[in-house]
Design a protein around this ligand. Structure first.
Ligand code: GDP
Ligand code: MG
Length: 462
């Protein structure tokens, strides 16, 4: 079990590069919270809380891990946050407290904690929230990953415009590796239409990059009331999905296209049918999330559904352009996507693709810079002795070459021209960094210090 106290350290590494180490308090879920990272504003643009994102994604213990980002999207007041809190409970007990097994659902009288959920008809969560605690997990092949949970809102309610809705939905789908599309009672034609914007992007991305651009789409139907037609759970879900996604003659062309696109753009499309959770959950204003107040059938479905999404063997890592996305890369994608959605009424697929490619190159540059920094730290870090300018120059050239090699060997989107542009920027950046390192090295030169008249005087007077 990983138990840290809530410490926050800021140190400047020996060669002058600022590194923030944040260790979150992983003691319990009650010390975590939903943090709003994307907020819609009055003028229908979106604000990104970059600081909050950095605190989460650049934490030293998670930033180099591939990301599993599980998002829940859909209309408000349909039990999304409520469901996410069961995800949290599962993640906490499986990956933090090592209990795992069938007991994760908890005691009958335990109140449900996590993302806030509640009755009433006003909106509660607008934009995109991430849970402040990342969960460190290992896949069945041993690969270490970080699991993040995303709660979204803004879709399809009266207060938001079409653009806000489409944006939150598209953003969360493009950023997540598992998108759970939470629907009430059934899968309707409208629900499929909401998928359209980023399906168009998916089509373009697919042509450009090859392979399927998105990973997993999980339809989740709540309050399913026809278990005699299709049983609760994954089997009934498959039946319903097949029925809904079958392309039929005489269907509107646009709809046929969305259906085909869904199959082409996602590696995996599944559906799960949830039963009604009982009247305490759906109507009692004092309901606290206690298991004893939830119908048995609902609980048994939760026990099936949650591990299907979050057990080590079922975790799906995020890939963009065929590359696994690490926590630190995700930051770049957040920035690029929010920017692109702010810049146009509704961005066209090519613009989104361009933004993706830029974020992709930014990540490759950051990795290359990291290579350079690490190697140079070895050469002329604070504890290392003074080096002559010639020696340092030589070392710099070697490290620069290795960094450029790291950049070039990464598969990148956007073609040779874009890569060239980013490479030039990288070289400029590293040359700038080298100037600083060089000055720092000079500072270690005792002789040169003593030859400065002022210092000389000071020494004499001492
Ligand atoms: P969100 O807006 O989609 O995040 O919805 P919330 O999670 O905040 O839940 C809204 C209300 O729906 C709360 O009163 C919950 O108790 C209730 N609720 C949660 N799950 C379900 C469900 O599966 N069916 C029904 N009918 N109500 C639910
Ligand atoms: Mg909610």
């Amino acid at each position: 079990a990983s138990k840290y106290s809530g410490t926050k350290l800021l140190f400047t590494s020996e060669i002058g590069i600022k590194t923030v180490i944040l260790k979150a308090n992983m003691d319990s879920l009650s010390s975590g919270q939903g943090i709003q990272v994307v907020t819609p504003s009055e003028d229908h643009t979106f604000l990104l809380d970059e600081d909050a994102l950095q605190r989460l994604l650049l934490r030293e213990d998670v930033r180099d891990r591939p990301v599993v980002l599980v998002s829940v999207a859909g209309a408000y007041r349909k039990g999304k946050s409520f469901l996410l809190d069961f995800f949290l409970r599962y993640l906490d007990r499986t990956y933090n407290n090592g209990e795992g097994g069938g007991e994760w659902l908890g005691r009958e009288d335990e109140a449900l904690k996590g993302f806030s959920w509640r009755g009433g008809s006003d909106r509660h969560t607008t934009g995109i929230h991430l849970w402040s605690q990342p969960f460190k997990a290992s896949l069945s092949n041993g690969q270490k990953v970080v699991v993040l949970l995303m709660d979204t809102q803004g879709t399809f309610d009266s207060n938001s415009t079409v653009k806000d809705n489409a944006t939150v939905f598209a953003l969360s789908t493009m950023l997540s590796s598992v998108q759970i599309y939470n629907l009430s009672q059934n899968i309707e034609e409208d629900d499929l239409q909401h998928l359209q914007l980023f399906m168009e992007y998916g089509r373009v991305a697919k042509d450009e990059i090859g392979g399927k651009p998105f990973q997993r789409l999980q339809f989740l139907v709540r309050d399913w009331s026809y278990p005699y037609d299709h049983p609760y759970g994954a089997v009934g879900g498959e039946q319903l999905l097949k029925k809904r996604l079958t392309v039929r003659d005489g269907q509107h062309e646009e709809l046929q296209r969305v259906r085909q696109d869904i199959a082409r753009c996602f590696e995996d499309v599944t559906c799960f049918l949830m039963p009604y959770p009982g009247s305490k959950v759906s109507t009692d204003p004092h309901f606290s999330g206690k298991l004893s107040d939830i119908d048995g059938e609902f609980k048994s479905c939760l026990k099936q559904l949650v591990p299907m999404l979050l057990a080590p063997e079922n975790l799906v890592t995020k890939k963009i352009g065929g590359q696994t996305v690490k926590a630190r890369d995700l930051l770049n994608y957040f920035k690029s996507y929010v920017e692109v959605f702010n810049s146009e009424e509704l961005p066209n697929p090519m613009t989104i693709l361009q933004a993706t490619a830029e974020a992709n190159n930014t990540s490759a540059s950051a990795e290359a810079r990291n290579v350079y920094e690490t190697l140079m730290e070895e050469v002329c870090g604070g504890t290392k002795p003074y080096l002559s300018q010639e020696t340092l120059d030589e070392e710099h050239k070697k490290c620069l070459n290795k960094a450029l090699h790291a950049f070039e060997s990464k598969k990148k989107m956007g073609g040779a021209e874009m890569a060239e542009k980013f490479k030039d920027l990288l070289v400029k950046d590293l040359e700038e960094l080298y100037k600083q390192l060089s000055a720092h090295n000079e500072g270690k030169n005792v002789h040169s210090m003593l030859s400065t008249p002022l210092v000389f005087l000071a020494v004499l007077l001492a």
